[in-house]
Design a protein around this ligand. Structure first.
Ligand code: FAD
Length: 341
C-alpha cells in the first residue's frame, strides 16, 4: 500500500491485487484490534481508493491469475506478499482437531469482528484450556486474543531459557537487549489468572488424543541449554521433567519460514539463504526483469515501519525503472534524482 501510494503520486496507474477479501495485509488480518484499530486501516484504504488506486480483492496471484500474465500485462510488478509461511510442529498427533496455526486463529477472529459470516467455534478460546507454542510477538497476540474470548486457562511454551533481568556480559549495548520483557498479553494474564503464562525451557514432545480425534493435552519435557567445547549451544532434555498440560486449543506460533513459494516458483525468482526473495543489497529489483520485491517477502517477518519504508523505497526504484529518473523521496537525507539502473 505504501508503494502504491507513492507510485500513484508519481503519475502511474496502479493496481493492487490482494488474495484476501480486504486489503491491508497483516495490519488488517494479523495485528489484533486492541493493538491497531481497523478503522485506521480502512480510513487509509479509502483515501488510497479516492486517490485513484485500483484494488482487486479475492484475486490470488499465481492461482486465480498467473504471475506471468501480470508480468506481460503491466510495465512493472512489485511483489509485497509478506512472509507468512508458518513453521509447523510435525510431532506425534499433529493432525488432531484443535491444533491450529496462530495466523488462522487471529485472522478468523478479525474476520468475525469485521462482520464476515464465518463459523469460529473450532477456533474460539471461550472456556477452553489454551496452549500457545512459541513465545514471540505473534504468540503474545494469541494470548491477548484468547483472554478476550474468555479462555479458561492460557499457557505458553518457550523453548529458550528465561532471559536475565538485565544485559548479560555477552550482550553489551548497542546489540539488541536479550532481557526479560513483559508484553501486554503476559501482563493481562497475570492480572486475570495470577501468574505469568510463560513456561521457559519447555520442549513440546507430543499432542495427546482425547480418543475422538481431538486434542486433550500436550506432553512436554524441560530442556537444558549448555555450550559444547566449540562454543555452540546444545539442548538436552532433563530426565524426569516430563509433564502433561491439559489443552482444548493449541496455537502454533513458532515463527515464519519466509514467503509462500508459488509465485516465486512460477517466476523462477532467486531466493536468499533465508528463503526470502533475493535482491541486490539496498535494491528492490529481483533476478527477473520487471519484477521487484519489498516488505516482509524481501527482508523476512519484520515491522510495519520497515514495510512502509521498503514500499516507499521500492516505489522510487520502480519509478526510476519506468521513467529513467525519479523524484520520489528517499528515506531521510538529501533527495537526489535517481537515474535508471
Ligand atoms: C500476529 C502479528 C502481529 C504483528 N504485530 C506487529 C506490531 O504490533 N507492530 C509492527 O510494527 N509489526 C507487527 N507485525 C509485523 C507486520 O505486520 C509486518 O511486518 C508487515 O505487515 C509486513 O507488511 P508486508 O506488506 O510486507 O506484508 P503483509 O502485511 O504480510 O501483506 C502481504 C499481503 O499480500 C497478500 N498476498 C500474499 N500472497 C498473495 C498472492 N499470491 N496474491 C495476492 N495477494 C497475496 C496477503 O494476503 C497480504 O494481504 C506483526 C506480525 C504478525 C504476524
Amino acid at each position: 500500500m505504501a508503494a502504491a501510494h507513492q507510485l500513484n503520486k508519481a503519475g502511474h496507474l496502479v493496481t493492487v491485487f490482494e488474495r484476501n477479501d480486504r486489503v491491508g495485509g497483516l495490519l488488517q488480518y494479523g495485528i489484533p484490534t486492541m493493538k491497531l484499530s481497523k478503522e485506521v486501516v480502512q480510513r487509509r484504504v479509502e483515501l488510497l481508493k479516492a486517490e485513484g488506486i485500483s484494488f482487486k480483492t479475492n484475486v490470488n496471484v499465481g492461482k486465480d491469475i498467473s504471475a506471468k500474465d501480470l508480468q506481460e500485462e503491466f510495465d512493472a510488478v512489485l511483489l509485497c506478499m509478506g512472509a507468512t509461511w508458518p513453521r509447523d510442529l510435525p510431532i506425534t498427533n499433529r493432525q488432531l482437531e484443535g491444533i491450529h496455526f496462530a495466523m488462522a486463529f487471529l485472522e478468523t477472529w478479525q474476520k468475525k469482528q469485521m462482520g464476515n459470516t464465518i463459523d469460529v467455534a473450532a477456533l474460539h478460546a471461550k472456556d477452553k484450556d489454551v496452549i500457545v507454542i512459541g513465545g514471540g510477538d505473534t504468540g503474545c497476540d494469541c494470548i491477548g486474543t484468547s483472554l478476550r474470548q474468555g479462555a479458561k486457562s492460557i499457557t505458553t511454551f518457550e523453548i529458550l531459557p528465561k532471559p536475565p533481568p538485565s544485559r548479560g556480559g555477552d550482550n553489551p549495548w548497542p546489540t539488541y537487549p536479550r532481557v526479560f520483557k513483559v508484553d501486554y498479553g503476559h501482563e493481562e494474564v497475570k492480572l486475570k489468572f495470577g501468574r505469568d503464562p510463560r513456561e521457559y525451557s519447555t520442549l513440546t514432545k507430543e499432542f495427546l488424543d482425547d480418543g475422538n480425534g481431538k486434542v486433550a493435552g500436550v506432553q512436554t519435557v524441560k530442556v537444558e541449554w549448555t555450550k559444547d567445547p566449540s562454543g555452540r549451544w546444545k539442548m538436552d532434555e532433563v530426565e524426569g521433567s516430563e509433564k502433561v498440560y491439559k489443552a482444548d486449543l493449541v496455537l502454533l506460533a513458532m515463527g515464519f519460514l519466509g514467503p509462500e513459494r508459488y509465485i516465486i516458483n512460477e517466476l523462477e525468482l532467486e531466493q536468499d539463504p533465508r528463503s526470502n526473495i533475493s535482491t541486490p543489497s539496498g535494491k528492490y529489483s529481483t533476478s527477473v526483469d520487471k519484477i521487484f520485491a519489498a516488505g516482509d517477502c524481501r527482508r523476512g517477518q519484520s515491522l510495519v515501519v520497515w514495510a512502509i519504508n521498503e514500499g516507499r523505497q521500492a516505489a522510487r526504484e520502480v519509478d526510476a525503472y519506468l521513467m529513467q529518473s525519479s523524484t520520489l523521496p528517499l528515506s531521510g537525507g538529501v533527495v537526489q534524482i535517481t537515474q535508471k539502473g
